[in-house]
Design a protein around this ligand. Structure first.
Ligand SMILES: [Zn+2]
Length: 329
């Protein structure tokens, strides 16, 4: 029988061919790569992009001011590993329409192969490092400044002016190294090496208390973690986001117990006071908060119950929430 002369038989043969083909096909190969490390959120007319630089594992023994067994119990409640807590390095890009601003620059080449992804994720998010005109540093620890330079100590952000609080720059860049303990000198040197290429060409600037590097940002000194730790707040059309740097390192412990400090704090009590104050402000004002070391994208709201706080992470969704969302009653 000639199949071309019999449509029904031809269809049957075709179906059999497809069936046998499906049965013998290889299953699709696994992709095995992560999705790009960026997340976008509209804050009024401002566009905020969270950028993932990488992570390291922090030992909970770095947390101070609470019995270790209680810290372990708080970690267990959040299924965090008492041996080491995966801790993100987040940076944030704000496009105000006037300026393209980067808050912090990640750990760059200072941590190892688990970090240094910032430039790749800036590009994945649709921008180029040279388009950034303003960099705001929350402080000058290595996991915030190393991303300023490449492996040859050349500036990655060729057209950006870098800003930090004067108190922060004075501490890390201008301290008499003879008075710095031997064990801490490396951290001072990294801050100096990372900022030097910008200082050399006049593109590193400091601001005094009450001053603002650019018109769009409200600056507040929140010392403790470091002497010049700074928060940056952007507000547009009644919406606001506060970039709070290293006011928190551990999700499971320090929201519930803001009185727990971390060994990296230069002045633990000051850091505790700054944390509680800023958490209260964010909770009372119902604004967005963004943190360098909370799970990516590190953006969310803060709830408050007495002296305790809760982190409410931002939910993935459209860039701008639709005006008419169906309400199920
Ligand atoms: Zn940090």
């Amino acid at each position: 029988m000639n199949p071309k002369k019999s449509p029904n038989l031809r269809n049957l043969l075709l179906a059999l061919t497809l069936c046998s083909g499906a049965a013998s096909a290889q299953p699709p190969a696994q992709v095995k790569t992560q999705a790009p490390g960026y997340f976008r959120l509209a804050v009024g007319d401002y566009e905020v992009t969270a950028l993932y630089d990488g992570y390291n594992d922090l030992s909970p023994t770095l947390l101070k001011g609470m019995d270790p067994s209680k810290i372990r119990a708080l970690l267990a409640r959040r299924a965090q590993d008492a041996a080491g807590v995966q801790t993100a390095f987040n940076a944030f890009l704000i496009n105000t329409g006037e300026h393209l601003i980067l808050v912090d620059t990640g750990a760059g080449r200072c941590i190892g192969e688990t970090a240094g992804m910032l430039s790749a994720n800036i590009k994945a998010a649709g921008y180029q490092p040279e388009q950034i005109d303003t960099i705001l540093l929350t402080h000058l620890h290595l996991d915030h400044v190393c991303g300023l330079v490449d492996g040859n100590h050349q500036p990655i952000f060729a057209n950006a002016t870098v800003y930090a609080a004067k108190a922060e720059a004075d501490f890390w860049l201008n301290s008499d190294m003879k008075n710095v303990p031997e064990a801490a000198r490396e951290y001072f040197k990294i801050a100096q090496d990372s900022t030097q290429p910008y200082i050399a060409v006049g593109r590193f600037k400091t601001f005094a208390p009450g001053e603002s590097p650019i018109a769009e940002v409200k600056v507040a000194a929140e010392p403790g973690h470091t002497p010049g730790s700074t928060t940056y707040q952007f507000t547009s059309k009644g919406q606001s986001i506060l970039f709070m740097g290293d006011l928190i390192h551990n999700l499971a412990v320090q929201f519930d117990h803001p009185e727990v400090s971390i060994s990296f704090d230069v002045n633990a009590q000051q850091a505790i006071d700054s944390r509680a104050k800023v958490f209260s402000q964010v909770a009372d004002d119902k604004i967005w908060a963004a943190a360098a070391h909370l799970p990516f994208p590190g953006i969310g709201h803060i709830g408050k119950i007495d002296k305790h706080f809760q982190w409410v992470p931002v939910e993935y969704g459209p860039y701008q929430r639709a005006a008419n969302v169906p309400l199920v009653k």
